[in-house]
Design a protein. Structure first.
Length: 355
C-alpha cells in the first residue's frame, strides 16, 4: 500500500467522514476537468494564442477518472458529478468516459459544462451513454459579438448544439453567460427572453479574476446588481422560493413587467460581490489529477502519482480527505475578497482548473 507521505493535518479527525474541511463544510459535489484544451478563446478565460497544453500522458485516462469517481462515491460521500474543462467535447473518448461512469454509478447525477461546439453531432450519443444534463456557455446571440468574445466564428454551431441538447433530453438545460462591459452587457434582457422561450434557465456569471491574460479589474466587471438592473428594463425578478442548497446561482422567478405570468427562472452567480463560500460543497480535480479544494486554491494535491504507483483506494481517499481538510475559507484565502489587496491571482486560468 502506498500511503500519503503527509501526516494527518492538525485538527483533522483521524476518522473523518467524507470530504470535511476545517470550517465544517462537507464537499459532496465533484467537478472533474477532462482536459485543459479548448476550441474557443474566450477573452475572460484564455489568451488569444492558447496555452501550453498538457501532454496526453499528463492527462487522466478514462480508467483513472472512473476510479476516482468510484472512490468519491463509495468512500467519500460524493453525490453529484460535473464534467468540465477546458472543453470536454474535445476529448475523443468522451462518450466512453460517460458510459463507463454510468455503468458503475447508475444513480449518480452526471452533468457537463460545455461550449457546445460540435455538440449537435454528439448530443444523442452523450444522452444514450448516461449524461444527465448539460450547461452551455453562450455570451451573445450576435455573430460578431460572439466572435469578438470567443475569438472564433462558431455561433451557429453553438446554437445547433443547444437545439440538439434539448432534443436529446439533456435537460434541464442551463445557459451560462459572462457579461463584459460595452461588449455584450446590453444583450442581457435579449438573452434572457431567448432562453425563456426555449425553457432554458439562463445564468449570468460575474467575471472572476481567472483569465490567463490577468486583465480582470473590479471596476471593469459587470456586477450582479448591474445585471438585475439591466434585466429590470424588461422583466420583474422575484426571489425563487426554492432552497438554494449550496448552489452558486441565486435564482429568481421572471415575469414581464406588469404581468403575473411566470415565464421561468434566471440565475445570477455573484462570486465576487455576493460570495457563497460559506456553504461551498465543491471539490475539484484538474485534468492532470490534482485536487483543488477551492476554485482559487494556490495549493494542489496530486492524486495521479498515487493512481499510477499502485496505491490502494484507501490511500487515495485519505490524501483527497487531507487536501479538502485544508480548504481555504473563501476565495483561496482565509476571508472573502477577490478585490482585496492580499488576493493574488493564480497562474492557472479557469480553463486549466475546470470551471
Ligand atoms: N466562485 C465560485 N464560482 C463557481 C463555483 N462553482 C461554479 N462557479 C461558477 O459558476 C459557473 C457555472 O457553473 P456550472 O459549471 O455551469 O454549474 P453549476 O452552477 O455549479 O451547477 P448547476 O446549477 O448544478 O447546473 C462556473 O463557470 C463558475 O464561474 C465555485 O465553487 N466557486
Ligand atoms: C472554464 S469553462 C469550461 C467548460 C466549457 N469550455 C464552457 O465554456 O462551458 C466553464 C465556465 O467557466 C466560465 N468562465 C470562464 N472564465 C471565467 C471567468 N474569468 N469568470 C467567470 N466565469 C468564467 C465560462 O463562462 C463557462 O461557463
Ligand atoms: S470559457 Fe470554456 S469555451 Fe471559453 S475559452 Fe474557457 S474553456 Fe474554452
Ligand atoms: S471560491 Fe472557493 S470556497 Fe468559495 S464557493 Fe468557490 S470553491 Fe467554494
Amino acid at each position: 500500500m502506498v500511503l500519503s507521505s503527509a501526516p494527518i493535518p492538525l485538527g483533522m479527525p483521524a476518522r473523518a467522514e467524507g470530504l470535511m474541511d476545517r470550517f465544517g463544510r462537507r464537499a459532496t459535489d465533484l467537478r472533474i476537468s477532462l482536459t485543459d484544451k479548448c476550441n474557443l478563446r474566450c477573452s475572460y478565460c484564455m489568451p488569444a494564442e492558447g496555452l501550453d497544453w498538457l501532454r496526453k500522458s499528463q492527462v487522466m485516462t478514462a480508467v483513472e477518472i472512473q476510479r476516482l469517481v468510484r472512490i468519491g462515491v463509495a468512500d467519500l460521500g460524493i453525490r453529484e458529478l460535473r464534467l468540465t474543462g477546458g472543453e470536454p467535447l474535445v476529448r475523443a473518448d468522451l462518450v466512453e468516459i460517460i458510459a463507463g461512469l454510468r455503468a458503475e454509478n447508475p444513480e449518480l447525477p452526471i452533468s457537463m459544462t460545455s461550449n457546445a461546439v460540435g455538440l449537435s453531432r454528439r448530443a444523442a450519443a452523450l444522452k444514450a451513454a448516461g449524461l444527465s444534463r448539460i450547461n452551455i456557455s453562450l455570451d451573445s446571440l450576435h455573430a460578431e459579438t460572439f466572435a469578438q468574445l470567443t475569438r472564433r466564428p462558431f455561433l451557429d454551431q453553438v446554437l445547433e448544439g443547444i437545439e440538439a441538447a434539448l432534443s436529446a433530453g439533456l435537460t434541464p438545460l442551463k445557459v451560462n453567460a459572462v457579461l463584459m462591459r460595452g461588449v455584450n452587457d446590453a444583450e442581457a434582457p435579449g438573452l434572457l427572453g431567448w432562453c425563456l422561450e426555449r425553457g432554458i434557465e439562463l445564468r449570468f456569471i460575474e467575471q472572476m479574476p481567472l483569465d490567463a491574460d490577468h486583465g480582470w479589474t473590479r471596476e471593469g466587471m459587470v456586477t450582479a446588481a448591474e445585471v438585475r438592473s439591466l434585466l429590470s428594463e424588461q422583466f420583474e425578478l422575484s426571489t425563487d422560493p426554492g432552497d438554494r442548497d449550496g448552489a452558486p446561482a441565486e435564482r429568481f422567478e421572471v415575469r414581464r413587467i406588469g404581468s403575473a405570468e411566470l415565464l421561468g427562472t434566471v440565475g445570477i452567480i455573484a462570486s465576487v460581490t455576493e460570495p457563497f463560500c460559506a456553504d461551498c460543497r465543491r471539490t475539484r480535480i484538474t485534468a492532470e489529477g490534482k485536487v483543488m479544494s477551492c476554485l482559487f486554491s494556490r495549493e494542489e494535491v496530486d492524486l495521479l502519482d498515487l493512481l499510477r504507483s499502485g496505491a490502494d483506494d484507501e490511500a487515495i481517499a485519505e490524501r483527497w480527505k487531507q487536501a479538502m481538510w485544508a480548504k481555504p475559507k473563501a476565495h483561496g484565502m482565509d476571508h472573502v475578497g477577490l478585490d482585496s489587496a492580499d488576493y493574488v491571482q493564480s497562474d492557472r486560468s479557469m480553463s486549466a482548473i475546470g470551471g
